[in-house]
Design a protein around this ligand. Structure first.
Ligand SMILES: *[C@@H]1O[C@H](CO)[C@@H](O)[C@H](O)[C@H]1NC(C)=O
Ligand SMILES: *[C@@H]1O[C@H](CO)[C@@H](O)[C@H](O)[C@H]1NC(C)=O
Length: 327
């Protein structure tokens, strides 16, 4: 009889009321409902109701075994809010993604420092302002720090290089000023570095020559002087290097381009010398050296002639196909 009852219970369990089968952790549910309240009950979170299982709600994911909330992603909504402090009360989050929320304002809230399990922190295409906070190095599990297209200002904290698990850091399209910290040469993992379209100034620290990153984009800043340390035959991880639209000034003849490079954009700088012959050995998808002070022949062969004239125009005296013949 007891066995029969158990069987019946097992059969009925999947259909029983949410309250009975709820897997959601009560503390996580409480934090999420507080977040909803702080956001003034937006339509985006209509599925977040007290009588339902929070593992079933939109914009969140539960861990399969612990049933703790491990991911929160709010995206594509015009709702006006600031980062609610209750976000810090979801201790099992490994992914926090706030994306395309134009009316998300205010700073990156310090409550985020409590989320030490975070692997991905994304705040992008928002109106979040204030500094890149210096508490971020406490998030020691971070693999991706993705903060492009916001209104962040101030200096880049040198302590970010303590994030030993990072494989990507994207601070592009903000209003950051000051230099690139020299500590960025000491990242353990050589993360891809995207710092484009800020107002970064000064010299590129020589220590960055230690990086073996796959992508480096420093374009659209006010960086000066030498960038030759970013090249070198031993940097076989490097695929993409974009230094365009800066104030860089160095002799390109002296650089050794790594064989792995497929994308090289140096347009609008003050780079002089000749194009290195090694360029023609590369499988280039993109090459742009226009608007510099380069001189001498474009090496014949490889993919160099397949690039249009636009890739080479407005230099001091570059010549040869696809530009007019050298005199
Ligand atoms: C976003 O903010 C702007 C400017 O404050 C406002 O005009 C607009 O209505 C807001 N959008 C929504 C959906 O609240
Ligand atoms: C750089 O990275 C590439 C690819 O990840 C690797 O094959 C190469 O050994 C690395 N070079 C150095 C000097 O660490």
């Amino acid at each position: 009889m007891a066995i029969l009852f158990l069987l019946l219970l097992l059969l009925l369990l999947p259909f029983s009321s949410p309250a009975l089968s709820a897997r959601c952790n009560p503390q996580d549910k409480k934090a999420l409902l507080q977040i909803k309240k702080d956001l003034k009950n937006p339509y985006l979170l209509a599925s977040w109701t007290p009588d339902s299982d929070c593992c079933e709600w939109y914009c969140v994911k539960c861990d399969f075994t612990t049933h703790r909330i491990r991911s929160l992603s709010l995206a594509n909504d015009g709702v006006s809010f600031q980062i609610p402090p209750a976000i810090g009360d979801l201790p099992y989050l490994d992914t926090l993604d706030l994306h395309k929320l134009p009316n998300l304002t205010g700073p990156i809230h310090p409550a985020i420092a409590k989320l030490t399990r975070l692997v991905f922190l994304g705040i992008s295409w928002t109106s979040v302002s204030g500094p890149v906070p210096d508490f971020l190095p406490r998030l020691t599990n971070l693999e991706s720090l993705y903060l492009p297209f916001n209104k962040l200002s101030g200096y880049i904290p040198p302590s970010l290089s303590q994030l030993h698990n990072l494989n990507e850091i994207d601070l592009s399209r903000n209003k950051l000023t000051g230099p690139i910290p020299y500590t960025f040469g000491y990242f353990k993992n050589s993360p891809s570095l995207y710092l484009s379209r800020n107002q970064l100034s000064g010299k590129i620290p020589a220590s960055l020559g230690k990086l073996n990153s796959s992508s480096i984009d420093l374009s659209g800043n006010k960086l000066q002087g030498d960038a030759s340390m970013l090249f070198g035959p031993n940097k076989l991880g490097l695929h993409m290097l974009d230094l365009s639209r800066n104030l860089l000034e160095f002799d390109l003849s002296k650089v050794n381009v790594p064989e792995s490079m497929t994308w090289l954009d140096l347009n609008h700088n003050r780079i002089y010398g000749r194009l290195p012959v090694g360029l023609k050995a590369l499988q280039l998808q993109k090459l742009d050296v226009s608007y510099n002070l380069l001189c001498g022949p474009i090496p014949a062969g490889g993919s160099l002639q397949k690039m249009g004239k636009d890739s080479y125009m407005h230099n001091k005296c570059l010549c040869g196909s696809p530009l007019p013949l050298c005199k």
